[in-house]
Design a protein around this ligand. Structure first.
Ligand SMILES: Cc1cc2nc3c(=O)[nH]c(=O)nc-3n(C[C@H](O)[C@H](O)[C@H](O)COP(=O)(O)OP(=O)(O)OC[C@H]3O[C@@H](n4cnc5c(N)ncnc54)[C@H](O)[C@@H]3O)c2cc1C
Length: 428
């Protein structure tokens, strides 16, 4: 990083801090302070969601109205969901997600098999379309066992949704949530960078922008291995043909014969800063990034090193945090990374079970710590999104490497992303 770039970051960070102190409205992605909206965020929310209010707390039942595969290899399936109570849908900001509680059947889940009854798991899925008053759409990719461990079980929730949830079935869903959503600053071109299933929040943001921000320049870089894995291919290519302000770039890391046809739209390799630099027009852009861990951990820091301001980098990782704290040091002087000060050990007292355990900094978060000590904690997304592991902190201080998506009641913490900064007593 050049001295000039570093100074720019420091100046930007100071400005943001000063502005925050003055009560200026900011929106946040996970752990990153991002740009000030021209319009207050409340107005943005109204613009983003042209549907009647219908927010709810807790679980609400939704019926699967339609199930549609979105890619040639049938690994990504959309579910259209209508509320069973017939009441209006909640407004949402394009980019946000829904949280599901799924009752896994004994035939799919080892835990359910052992218990001989369905076992509930909680998972989050981004809304994959612009606001529609009649239904939400989510799109779920079947999670396979990792290539290096084919003996491990395949993804539980995604397998259940693909194989055992059918049209007419009812699912339990929490209201839209999340801090990764499109902004209202139409003068700054938006660059959506998606890897694989990270396309879902991008499609929602993109479709909304095309309707609500027709003057905004939009770029989508969509990385997959080959054309068979492209979801929403026809819809995206049609949008690009019909909207001169939307530029689509399909990027294939392992193209198959016939994949590379139009060199303006198709690229071979990975979505990296070199491709962005070679393709984007000169000037400021706002980046929205969502993809697999390898993309998140390389591209997000690289954008900072390229000189993109922290407030122009928004990202969301699906699942346990895959953006290391280096993302903060690479471009974000807002203290994003927190970890236990090295060498500190703390007593963690579990009030309900009467146990006192010692935190030595060996675990990434309190959930891993609890599980290593065989303490049962409800959990879902393991990334601060669903709120399942929310636990009351009787005393002590818990901090977060990234601002969690899930809201917490005062005096509570999220175990899956929380790190102690002092001795703790937890209501556990
Ligand atoms: C905010 C947010 C939005 C999201 N949006 C989407 C979306 O739009 N679409 C989407 O498809 N997903 C999305 N996700 C991811 C989704 O929530 C789930 O994490 C995903 O579907 C996998 O869940 P699963 O239960 O199928 O897999 P899991 O059962 O959780 O397994 C995950 C992986 O771990 C492997 N595994 C199994 N056993 C082990 C073991 N012992 N050790 C290590 N690994 C093991 C599995 O083979 C699998 O590959 C989102 C996540 C978040 C947090």
């Amino acid at each position: 990083m050049t001295a000039l770039t570093l100074l720019t970051y420091i100046a930007a960070a100071l400005l943001l801090q000063v502005a925050a102190g003055m009560g200026v409205a900011f929106v946040r992605t996970r752990g990153q302070r991002i740009g000030r909206s021209e319009a207050p965020i409340e107005r943005h929310a109204e613009q983003a969601a042209a549907v009647p209010t219908g927010a709810w707390s807790g679980w609400r039942e939704f019926r699967v109205l339609r199930k549609v595969f979105e890619d040639r290899v049938r690994s990504q399936c959309s579910f259209y969901l209508g509320p069973v109570d017939g009441q209006p849908l909640a407004p949402f900001k394009p980019g946000q997600f829904l949280t599901f509680s799924l009752a896994l059947a004994p035939q799919t889940a080892p835990a359910a098999k052992a218990a001989e009854r369905p076992v509930a798991v909680v998972r989050c899925y981004s809304i994959s379309d612009a606001p529609d008053p009649s239904a939400f759409r989510i799109t779920v990719k079947r999670a396979q066992a990792p290539a290096q461990h084919p003996e491990w079980p395949a993804g539980l929730a995604s397998g259940h949704l693909h194989d055992l949830v059918h049209e007419g079935d009812v699912l339990k869903v929490k209201a839209p949530a999340g801090q990764f959503f499109i902004d209202a600053e139409v003068d700054v071109p938006a660059v959506f960078v998606a890897g694989g299933i990270g396309i879902t929040p991008m499609v929602s943001m993109l479709r909304w922008c095309i309707q609500a921000q027709p003057q905004r320049m939009l770029h989508l870089f969509y990385g997959v291995r080959h054309g068979g894995e492209l979801a929403f291919k026809e819809a995206l290519e049609t949008l690009a043909q019909q909207n001169s302000r939307f530029h689509l770039h399909e990027v294939f890391s392992a193209p198959q014969p016939g994949d590379v046809r139009d060199m303006n739209m198709h690229h071979t390799g990975r979505v990296d800063v070199e491709l962005l630099r070679a393709t984007l027009p000169h000037g400021r852009h706002r980046f929205f990034v969502c993809g697999p861990p390898a993309m998140m951990s390389s591209l997000v820091p690289a954008l900072g090193l390229w000189g993109v301001l922290p407030q122009d980098i928004h990202f969301e990782a699906f699942g346990p945090a895959s953006v290391p704290p280096v993302a903060a040091s690479a471009g974000n002087t807002q203290a994003m990374g927190v970890s236990t000060p090295s060498g500190n050990t703390f007593d963690i007292h579990l009030g309900r079970s009467g146990r006192t355990l010692q935190w030595t900094g060996q675990d990434a978060n309190l959930l891993d710590f609890a599980e290593r000590h065989s303490v049962a904690v409800d959990s879902g997304c393991r990334s601060g999104s669903c709120g399942s592991c929310e636990t009351r902190v009787v005393s002590g201080l818990v901090t977060y490497p990234h601002q969690p998506d899930a809201d917490m009641a005062p005096g509570h913490c999220l175990m899956c992303v929380g790190v102690p900064q002092s001795a703790l007593e937890l209501d556990l």
